[in-house]
Design a protein around this ligand. Structure first.
Ligand SMILES: Nc1ncnc2c1ncn2[C@@H]1O[C@H](COP(=O)(O)OP(=O)(O)OP(=O)(O)O)[C@@H](O)[C@H]1O
Ligand SMILES: [Mg+2]
Length: 285
């Protein structure tokens, strides 16, 4: 069976995209026994560090087992390379060997993006054409390994990037993490138009675009009222990710393996339940 392909994306920075990808990936793999592939599209490499730790990330970077390493062949015409060879297997510091794999990003990712754009513009592609080309390349890469996974999660960078655009083009579902405040709501309006267009082109409806409230503080009256506003306008997860020290701490790699509850402490249950809701929404039952 083909995996479900999902992008976690928001043009706004710092809203919890990478944290959402890491926590969902770990809960789906460790708790639900699903086979998960995370694709890091952000040169900041946050989700790569969270899931592989700095040491392994450094080794993978040295070996060129990176997303930019894979795309080099298409942008610079270098050695052909199999997509399966850039996948880091069995990442995560959770106990129980969850089936969680990762393709890391590195800061060099910025250059491949710039050079891909320059090359394909020279070849006469327009912007949409470039998104489609990159989407096509990414899609065939995933098809070659597709049977190994139940779900593929893309962690997109903030702002605009051709890789994020390509990921949106090939995603069946889009998760938009957001903070429940006014400025963040403005950001969703802007981004949703883009996401809806992509869904409509494939004859999907906006039912496939979901908002996930993150960093929620129940004692913050603005968060409470904004969450209501978001629910009135958008397709919002029932579950909300609380602002929690344990979630921010869990981002740091631990050399000692830990259980899900050790890692996420008081936030473990809410993450599990969010993953269950995600699973239901994505039809991963
Ligand atoms: N639920 C949470 N509780 C506490 N801290 C959180 C929570 N979610 C995210 N954070 C912290 O907020 C910061 C931003 O989170 P994260 O990196 O996931 O956001 P992002 O949207 O991926 O950012 P960027 O746009 O830079 O990629 C990080 O320091 C992270 O540890
Ligand atoms: Mg991020």
């Amino acid at each position: 069976m083909e995996p479900r392909i999902v992008s976690v994306v928001n043009m706004k920075g710092g809203v919890g995209k990478s944290t959402t990808v890491a926590t969902l990936a770990e809960a789906l793999a460790a708790d639900h026994g699903l086979r998960v592939l995370v694709m890091d599209l952000d040169p900041q490499s946050n989700v790569s560090m969270m899931l592989a730790g700095q040491d392994r990330w450094g080794e993978l970077r040295k070996e060129g087992a990176t997303l930019d390493g894979y795309f080099e062949q298409y942008v610079y015409g270098g050695e052909p390379r199999f997509f399966r060879d850039v996948i880091a297997r069995d990442v995560s510091d959770l106990m129980g060997d969850p089936r969680l794999d990762l393709v890391i990003a590195t800061p060099e990712f910025r250059y491949i993006e710039r050079d891909a754009l320059a090359r394909w513009v020279r070849q006469g592609f327009d912007v949409e054409g470039i998104h489609r080309k990159l989407g096509g390349l990414t899609h065939s890469a995933l098809q070659n390994v597709g049977e190994s996974y139940d779900v593929v999660l893309f962690d997109c960078p903030p702002g605009i990037s051709i890789f994020a655009e390509a990921a949106i083009e090939l995603s069946e579902f889009i998760v938009i993490p957001t903070i429940a405040d006014y400025v963040s709501r403005l950001g969703i309006f802007a981004f949703r138009r883009r996401a809806i267009r992509s869904m409509e082109q494939r004859r999907f409806t906006e039912e496939r675009i979901w908002t996930l409230i993150t960093k929620y503080e129940a004692a913050n009256a603005l968060h409470v009222s904004e969450a209501e506003v978001l629910r009135a306008d958008f397709n919002v997860f029932d579950m909300m990710i609380p602002q929690a020290e344990a979630i921010a701490r869990a981002a740091e790699w631990s050399d000692a393996k830990r259980s899900f509850d050790q890692k996420y402490g008081p936030a473990a249950d809410v993450i599990r339940q969010t993953a269950s809701e995600f699973r239901e929404r994505a039809g991963l039952i």
